[in-house]
Ligand binder design. Structure first.
Ligand code: DQA
Length: 144
């Protein structure tokens, strides 16, 4: 059994009720079910969400220590967290893939969302496809 860490940052616990016009009407448990359905057999989806920067960083350390590929939606941390960027860099420098995903297309939104401090250290970025951004990331990892 191989595992993929699907890590979600602040306010994504409110999916379903948070700006449904932007993020859709489905919640995180629907995302978990979708990814479990779309993952290749033998891949475990370990989906987590936190509003806490330190917790997210510690989960990236866990990815390094266990050589586990990561799908990361850093949410608002995307735009300013150098601490999260450094932790993401630890993952990719260890040769472990880390795909940055966004449900919306941040480049089509407010100016502050146009900057990502994660993209330059990520293996790749997928944005703008709703929950399918995560499915496409699974495919990119060869696990979907
Ligand atoms: C987001 C985009 C970010 O700008 C925003 O802060 C989020 C969600 C997305 O998935 O589209 O919380 O990462």
């Amino acid at each position: 059994m191989s595992r993929v860490l699907v890590l979600n940052g602040p306010n994504l616990g409110r999916l379903g009720s948070r700006e449904p016009d932007v993020y859709g009407a489905q919640d995180l448990s629907a995302l978990r079910a979708l990814l479990a359905e779309r993952a290749v057999e033998g891949t475990e989806i370990d989906l987590r969400q936190t509003d806490d920067e330190a917790e997210l960083i510690h989960w990236l350390y866990e990815a390094v220590d266990t050589s586990t590929p990561v799908i990361l939606n850093p949410a608002a941390f995307t735009h300013y967290s150098y601490a999260l960027s450094d932790a993401a860099k630890l993952v990719t420098k260890a040769g472990i893939p880390l795909i940055e995903v966004h449900i919306s297309n941040p480049h089509a939104r407010e100016e502050f969302r146009h900057t990502s401090v994660i993209s330059s250290v990520a293996t790749g970025t997928i944005a703008g496809f709703g929950f399918d951004s995560y499915v496409l990331a699974l495919v990119a990892l060869g696990q979907g």
